[in-house]
Structures are given as C-alpha cells and as structure tokens.
Design a protein around this ligand. Structure first.
Ligand SMILES: [Zn+2]
Length: 139
C-alpha cells in the first residue's frame, strides 16, 4: 500500500491557518509572561533527563522567551536551530500568505522533500551542541 502523507495547509481552507495562528499566539503570550528559567509549568526534556545530552529542542522555550524580550544573542545561544527555523518559517509563511492573498498558485507550505535535509541539519546541530567544541550551541 502506497500512502500519501497529508498536505499541511492544503489550499482551499483558511481555518487551519487561523487555528495555528491563534494557538501560536497563545503560546507566545504564555512564554512571554512565564519565564522558562523560573517557572516549572514547562515540561522538562525527557531526552536530556535520561541521557544528560541536549536534543535539538533543548533550550527552545528559553530561546523563544529571549526572542520575545528582544534578546537575540541569548536566543541564539539557547537554541540557534530554533531561531533559524523560526526565521525560515516566518519568511516562508509571509511568502505563502502573500501568494494566497494575491491569488497566485501556492504549493505545499512545507514540501516533503525538505524533511530529509531538515533531519540532517537537526542531527548535525545535535552532534555539535553535545561536543566540547560546540559548547557555544549548548543552552
Ligand atoms: Zn531536549
């Protein structure tokens, strides 16, 4: 059986985009007001607790908090991958939204061909941040 993965935000409905925007805004408000360094409301990373190593997501909430407070360098230190991924998503989202509003044809928001390169980047980032030489990338 050949199954096709579902398309993210298939053309025709703006409801998923609206729900995503509301959800992300709510999370941003929560992170803005509840510092991850001092509030225990956020779940701890199970990978880090089990291994002592940093996963690609470690420091992501702290990076989001730093970005929301204008501390770009702190955000880069906490999780550079998150900062670059967020910037990429913002550019892609802007381009995608512009095409949608102007009636141009839009492809998929996140084509499946980007999954493998993204996985490789995440693996390399994880390796680097757990090496002594990559301590700058470790939160
Ligand atoms: Zn982690």
């Amino acid at each position: 059986m050949n199954s096709v993965p579902p398309k993210i935000n298939a053309a025709g409905s703006r409801l998923p985009s609206f729900i995503m925007a509301i959800t992300m805004s709510g999370i941003a408000v929560m992170v803005f007001f509840l510092n991850p360094a001092t509030h225990k409301i956020y779940p701890a990373c199970q990978f880090h607790q089990l291994t002592g190593l940093n996963c690609p997501g470690c420091g992501m909430t702290r990076a989001a908090y730093a970005l929301l407070h204008g501390e770009f360098l702190t955000a880069l230190h906490d999780n550079a991958l998150f900062v670059f991924a967020l910037a990429t998503l913002a550019v892609r989202g802007g381009w995608f939204g512009w095409n949608q509003l102007s009636g141009r044809a839009n492809g998929e928001f996140f084509p499946a061909k980007f999954l493998w390169p993204l996985l490789v980047v995440a693996l390399v980032f994880t390796l680097l941040r757990n090496l002594p030489a990559g301590a700058l990338l470790s939160p």
